[in-house]
Design a protein around this ligand. Structure first.
Ligand code: GUN
Length: 299
């Protein structure tokens, strides 16, 4: 029987621990962590993500600061806002939703975020710390995938993993996390030869390419664990809502995989839960407080 990896359920348990830790932080230290989320322009998908992040932040008991800027905002104006947020003591975490409009260089913006408030884990210092195995912030989506894999498989030592996609946000940090856990890691991308055959050898497949239902049943080894990072909005349904599909052809791959994440309800909720965790961690780290060890069972 194929196991459906329930990201909603696992993220709910993780978020409950986060909310408990925040209650203690308030009671014992009088600290309420704060997360600032910046959205430039009105990309509809980004709008949904930013809204969900705000809702989750408040639900966890933290302060949410939303900054919605017009699409014409200049890079200079955005950099000035980041500078203010860096210096604002009420703000523990800063996140600039990507993509940003063309006149803004996203990496130039990330580079000025205080690394101690970089809850996305995108700053070069945090990306570098992950590479060398030092302490820092880990990007939320790969961290969420890693939690799901630990929950499903336990120890990953010796397993063959393939990641389809080499982005800075998902593919590359995912590879580092899996290497740390003693997997043998392949990073595949649009120029990879015989992708289907390489996938079919893997015990773990992480699909993060942004192509609807690209990964088919005959790409998957019997019993493999499949993590689908894709969120592709397809034409609207009868209700007028966009249908979400992943990068994996869920129905057919479910017939062969040992375990698989659904879309929606798999990786997505974990990404938000990890953002809450990183914000709590930022609030603790900035004040030299230990983060409670109740999180060890997840991470
Ligand atoms: N756009 C898509 N995913 C992400 C993410 O994890 N963080 C930010 N800042 N933007 C995104």
């Amino acid at each position: 029987m194929t196991k459906i990896i329930d990201g909603k359920l696992i993220s709910a348990a993780f978020k409950e621990k986060i909310a408990e830790a925040i209650i203690s932080l308030k009671a014992e230290q009088n600290i309420t962590p704060g997360l600032a989320v910046v959205l430039v322009g009105a990309d509809p998908a980004s709008d949904v993500y930013v809204r969900s992040k705000g809702v989750a932040t408040k639900k966890a008991g933290m302060n949410s600061y939303e900054h919605r800027l017009p699409a014409e905002t200049t890079e200079e104006e955005l950099l000035a806002l980041i500078e203010n947020l860096n210096n604002d003591d009420a703000v523990d975490g800063i996140l600039v939703q990507s993509p940003v409009p063309d006149q803004i260089n996203y990496q130039a913006v990330v580079d000025v975020i205080d690394p101690n408030k970089d809850v996305d884990g995108f700053h070069p210092i945090n990306a570098g710390n992950l590479l060398i195995g030092s302490q820092g912030f880990v990007a939320c989506t790969p961290l969420g995938c890693s939690i799901l894999l630990k929950h499903t498989l336990g120890d990953l030592t010796g397993l063959d993993a393939i990641i389809i996609g080499r982005s800075t946000i998902v593919g590359k940090p995912m590879a580092m996390l899996l290497l740390q856990q003693n997997c043998t890691v392949t990073i595949a991308h649009s120029r990879t030869k015989d992708l289907d055959k390489k996938c079919a050898q893997a015990d773990i497949v992480v699909a993060a390419v942004g192509r609807p239902e690209m990964v088919k049943k005959d790409w998957i080894k019997q019993g493999a664990t499949v993590i689908d990072v894709g969120i592709n909005r397809m034409g609207s349904t009868e209700t007028g809502k966009a249908k979400l599909v992943g990068d994996v052809a869920f129905e057919e791959v479910s017939e062969i995989a040992g375990a698989i994440t659904p879309v929606p309800g798999g990786v997505g909720p974990m990404t938000i839960a990890c953002l809450m965790y990183n914000t709590l961690k930022a609030a603790c780290d900035r004040r030299d407080l230990d983060i409670p060890d109740v999180f060890d069972e997840f991470l």
